[in-house]
Design a protein around this ligand. Structure first.
Ligand code: DQA
Length: 151
C-alpha cells in the first residue's frame, strides 16, 4: 500500500520557522518519524514538499494512479489553493488534512480551509503528532477495506 505525504509551501523551513507555533522539529525529522511509522504499518510512504502549487499538483497527478491515500499539510494553500483542491478531488483518493498549529485560534483568515470540504477529515493543532496520527488512521481504514479512514 502506498501513501502520499505532501507538505506545502514554507514547510521546508520547519525548525527555523516560528518555533513557538510550529514546533522545533525540522521537516527531515518529521519525515523520519513518518517513515518509521510507515515501516511499522508495513506501507510505503512517498514524501514530497514544494513551495510551488503547480509542483504539488504535478506530484498528485503523477502518483495518484499508483497510490491509496494522501496525508497533506497544504501550508497557506489551505486557505486559497483551489487548483490543489481540484487535483486532490481528481486523484479520487481519500485525503486527510494536517496542520501543525491550531488554525482556529490564530488569524481569522487561517480558519477557512478550501481543502477541508473535500477531505475525509482534518487534524489541526497537534504538532508533528498530527501527521503520524493521520497516517495511522488512514492506513487502518484502508486496510479494513473501507473507502474511508477508520474513525
Ligand atoms: C499550517 C497553517 C497554515 O495557516 C500556514 O500557512 C502554514 C502551516 C500548519 O501546519 O499549521 O504554512 O498549515
Amino acid at each position: 500500500m502506498k501513501i502520499l505525504i505532501i507538505h506545502g509551501p514554507n514547510l521546508n523551513m520547519l525548525g527555523r520557522r516560528e518555533q513557538s507555533v510550529y514546533g522545533k522539529k525540522t521537516l527531515d525529522e518529521i519525515n523520519a518519524l513518518l517513515n518509521d511509522k510507515a515501516h511499522a504499518l508495513n506501507v510505503e510512504a512517498v514524501i514530497f514538499q514544494s513551495n510551488h502549487e503547480g509542483a504539488l499538483i504535478d506530484f498528485v497527478q503523477e502518483q495518484a494512479d499508483s497510490a491509496h491515500g494522501i496525508v497533506i499539510n497544504p501550508g497557506a494553500l489551505t486557505h486559497y489553493g483551489y487548483s490543489l483542491r481540484d487535483a486532490l478531488v481528481d486523484s479520487k483518493l481519500p485525503v486527510i488534512e494536517v496542520h501543525l498549529s491550531n488554525i482556529y485560534r490564530r488569524e481569522e483568515w487561517r480558519a477557512r480551509s478550501v481543502i477541508a470540504p473535500i477531505a475525509e477529515g482534518q487534524i489541526s493543532g497537534l504538532g508533528w503528532g498530527g501527521y503520524v496520527t493521520a497516517l495511522q488512521v488512514l492506513v487502518a481504514g484502508l486496510q479494513a477495506d473501507a473507502s474511508r479512514p477508520a474513525l
